[in-house]
Write a protein that binds this ligand. Structure first.
Ligand SMILES: [Zn+2]
Length: 111
């Protein structure tokens, strides 16, 4: 690999690192929609028309999944947060590939 190619990789990596700063609103989790059955025996939910959806964000916390209830008014905002997270994960993936390339060229360090 030429010095220019190494330089281009480092430039691309700087660009990606800068891009990360635009996604502080990220939510690292999984969207969950739940339908429930209530305790009123004659309710329509017992005949197939379940209540819901109720929205939750499933997040890993200390190795355990926790589901946080999301109010309807926060639905769109939360979905945008998940989109930010997806973009960040793609960026991390690309930075990893670049760093592995740089490592092969002896041009990788972690600062
Ligand atoms: Zn019900």
């Amino acid at each position: 690999m030429s010095n220019d190619a190494v330089k281009n990789l480092i430039e691309r990596r700087n660009q990606l690192t800068e891009e990360l700063t635009h996604h502080a609103g990220l939510l690292h989790g999984t969207w969950v929609e739940r339908y429930t059955v209530c305790s009123r025996p004659n309710c329509k939910c017992h005949r197939g028309e379940k209540h819901g959806p109720r929205f939750h964000l499933a997040v890993m916390e200390s190795g355990k999944q926790r589901q946080h209830y999301i109010r309807l008014e926060h639905k769109d905002l939360t979905l945008r947060g998940l989109k930010h997270n997806q973009i960040v994960e793609e960026i991390l993936q690309e930075i990893t590939q670049i760093n592995l390339e740089l490592m092969k060229e002896g041009a990788y360090d972690d600062n």
